[in-house]
Design a protein around this ligand. Structure first.
Ligand SMILES: Nc1ncnc2c1ncn2[C@@H]1O[C@H](COP(=O)(O)OP(=O)(O)O)[C@@H](O)[C@H]1O
Ligand SMILES: [Mg+2]
Length: 258
């Protein structure tokens, strides 16, 4: 029996309805509707400036929408209570350089109402920073800071994860580990939205959401998006959905895809 038949509305992990954010003349998010299911990894793909970070900030309730609404697990954002269910790894790290690795983690854990030492040790282990627990964060390399940032995002065991370009500056071996962990979290029911401006990790996602100029221009599995565009190259598929050919030139009017 579907939710509609039983009379109860389905609760999506993440929902956007007519979501808009304007900065002066810039329509950073220009009318986005989304419904994401639990336990899946969604790739939010688009070039720099396409509105990915702004969309994530609206969904997490960190930015106020100009119009429309965002819901996390059925709760309209912003909501202090829903924040406990959300993990957000910002594009620019939000860690405190003068605090140690362990202090950063306990700060984030307490912020979410979790003071559990075992949770801190678990995430430190996960990102392989257990040996650095007492080191000031400012002594960490770029890749280590990304790992700490991920650990801070996961320490309260969130149900919905927003990762804004999480593997930028992360070496290939660690990148594989990050993805192994994302996959494990999704298998345990966590919903993950990963933003990226490059297509090279797209096939690790269950589904892709292409954004351009603040709008969703395509959605589906990598295979579906490739097949629909008649190409085996996702970048070409993205360009085609943008009304451009493989070299970035406008397609003729008849071929442009809305
Ligand atoms: N705080 C802000 N004030 C003014 N313009 C902004 C602000 N944040 C983002 N923008 C603009 O909104 C658009 C989308 O930006 P952003 O969401 O950061 O895109 P992305 O994450 O895809 O690179 C860009 O044109 C950017 O310059
Ligand atoms: Mg961004």
């Amino acid at each position: 029996m579907t939710a509609a038949m039983s009379g109860s509305a389905p609760v999506h992990a993440v929902e956007a309805v007519g979501l808009r954010k304007q900065f002066g003349e810039i329509h950073a998010v220009d009318g986005i509707d989304l419904a994401l299911e639990p336990g899946r990894i969604y790739g939010l793909l688009g070039p720099n400036g396409s509105g990915k970070t702004t969309l994530i900030r609206l969904l997490t309730g960190l930015a106020h929408a100009t119009a429309g609404e965002a819901r996390i697990l059925g709760t309209r954002m912003p909501s202090r209570q829903a924040l406990g269910q959300i993990g957000y790894m910002p594009q620019a790290e939000a860690i405190y350089p003068e605090l140690s690795v362990g202090e950063n983690l306990s700060f984030f854990a307490r912020l979410e109402g979790h003071a559990d030492r075992s949770a801190i040790d678990r995430v430190l282990d996960l990102v392989e920073l257990s040996g650095r627990k007492g080191a000031p964060a400012l002594e960490l390399s770029g890749g280590m800071r990304r790992r700490l940032s991920l650990a801070c995002t996961l320490v309260h065991d969130p149900k919905v994860l927003f990762l804004d370009e999480p593997t930028v500056g992360v070496d290939p071996a660690l990148r594989v580990q990050f993805w192994t962990h994302f996959r494990r979290l999704a298998a345990a029911g966590t919903t993950i939205l990963v933003a990226s401006h490059v297509m090279d990790e797209a096939d690790r996602c269950d589904e892709l959401i292409f954004v351009r100029s603040g709008k969703v221009i395509g959605r589906g599995t990598g295979a579906e998006l490739r097949a629909n565009a008649g190409t085996d190259n996702l970048e070409t598929a993205f360009l085609k959905l943008s009304g451009l050919d493989a070299e970035g030139r406008p397609l003729d009017g008849n071929e442009a895809v809305a």
